[in-house]
Design a protein around this ligand. Structure first.
Ligand code: ZN
Length: 373
């Protein structure tokens, strides 16, 4: 088919198990085993994105594909052999947790490799020109994972593994990663902290996760100095905070960098009812951010834009956010009404808060020495 948007999905990614937890805490002691989904990072939020796409007809407007798992060689460009061996052995033995809040079950090693494989294939699709843009519904997520330490539900650094494969194959010199997951993209930052060839920008709720971290002062080091941007936003910030941060910082930084490829760490947990954060976005916020990056990608890199799924834990709201992003990428409108939109719009912070948050963003932009576009 001739769809311009590829959508990478594999049911096996939804079979990764995070074990018996209530939200993020293990069951036991004072914690009653939950009746429902249990762990926040459940398959349901992701499955419901795909299911909504099927029901609306959007799935037939994009090229739905699976992909191969990433190879050992591709993994080793980012992760040390010792960590990979530990992960594989514990996965074969029934699962466990090798880091901080990163539980997994039997077989998750293979599933994590597949999750990274979806992202790698999505990037390959746009670099070879078979598709203009792509969404990878990767699970488990990746943006918190350090080379040798899994964190925050992430066992492998999906996006860096995929970018390194692309650099090895295509010799890219400037890749930009925009992380709009509500939590800080600490893994991606750490991996590229000393490199100018991969620019990282993370918008996140200030001090949410990793706990207490905002990262404003962290700008990269060595040759990577000036290629790492953190935009911590105040809890309660909504549509205006993100749009203003895009207009004032994200888009001008991309203009200055002139990326050959834009990759989004697409966490949908800045939605207004997410259990793991306190921001106020809605589906139209995600549509707008997607369109803004599509425009930037059209200007700088023939539209080459890949979104890789990360967090997002509100089962009811997340599907509408994901659907809006894929609609935007595919330039389609399937007539799906987001039943939360009016409510979330009515709950946006008032003018006083917006002025305060805009002031903080202006100060960041000045500090980053960004001229108005
Ligand atoms: Zn997140």
């Amino acid at each position: 088919m001739s769809a311009t948007t590829a959508f990478y999905f594999d049911e096996r990614c939804l079979w990764h198990s995070t074990g018996l937890h209530a939200l993020v805490v293990p069951v036991g002691g004072w914690v009653q085993p939950p009746a429902g989904a249990g762990h926040a990072e459940s398959p349901e939020t992701k499955r419901r994105i795909k299911t909504l796409m099927d029901v609306s007809g959007l799935s037939s407007q994009v090229d739905v594909r699976s992909a191969a798992a990433v190879s050992e060689e591709e993994l080793l460009r980012v992760h040390p052999a010792g960590y990979l061996r530990q992960f594989r052995l514990l996965s074969e033995a029934g699962g466990g947790d090798l880091g901080q809040l990163a539980p997994f079950g039997r077989g998750s090693y293979e599933i994590a490799r597949l999750s990274a494989g979806l992202v790698a294939a999505a990037i390959e699709s746009v670099l070879t020109g078979s598709h203009r843009n792509a969404y990878a519904l990767s699970r488990p997520p990746g943006h918190h994972c350090l080379p040798d330490l899994p964190m925050g539900f992430c066992m492998l650094a999906n996006i860096p593994i995929a970018i390194e494969a692309a650099i090895a194959r295509h010799g890219l010199e400037r890749v930009a990663v925009i992380d709009w997951d509500v939590h800080h993209g600490n893994g991606t930052q750490a991996i590229y902290y000393e490199r100018p060839d991969v620019l990282t920008i993370s918008l996140h709720q200030d001090r949410c996760f990793p706990p207490g971290y905002g990262g404003l002062a962290d700008r990269g080091s060595g040759r990577g100095t000036g290629y790492n941007y953190n935009i911590p936003l105040q809890p309660g910030g909504g549509d205006d905070a993100y749009r203003y941060a895009f207009e004032r910082i994200v888009l001008p930084v991309l203009d200055r960098y002139r990326p050959q490829l834009i990759v989004v760490a697409s966490g949908l947990d800045a939605n207004a009812v997410d259990p793991l954060a306190r921001m106020q976005l809605h589906s139209e916020s995600y549509r707008w951010m997607t369109q803004a990056l599509m425009q930037s990608a059209a200007t700088h890199c023939d539209g080459r834009l890949v979104a890789a799924h990360e967090g997002g834990y509100a089962e009811a709201a997340v599907p509408f956010c994901g659907h809006a992003i894929v609609e935007a990428l595919a330039e389609r409108s399937m007539g799906v009404e987001d039943p939360f939109l009016d409510l979330f719009r009515a709950q946006q912070p008032g003018e006083e808060f917006q002025r305060f948050q805009r002031g903080l963003i202006d100060a960041m932009a000045e500090d980053f020495r960004i001229d108005t576009r």
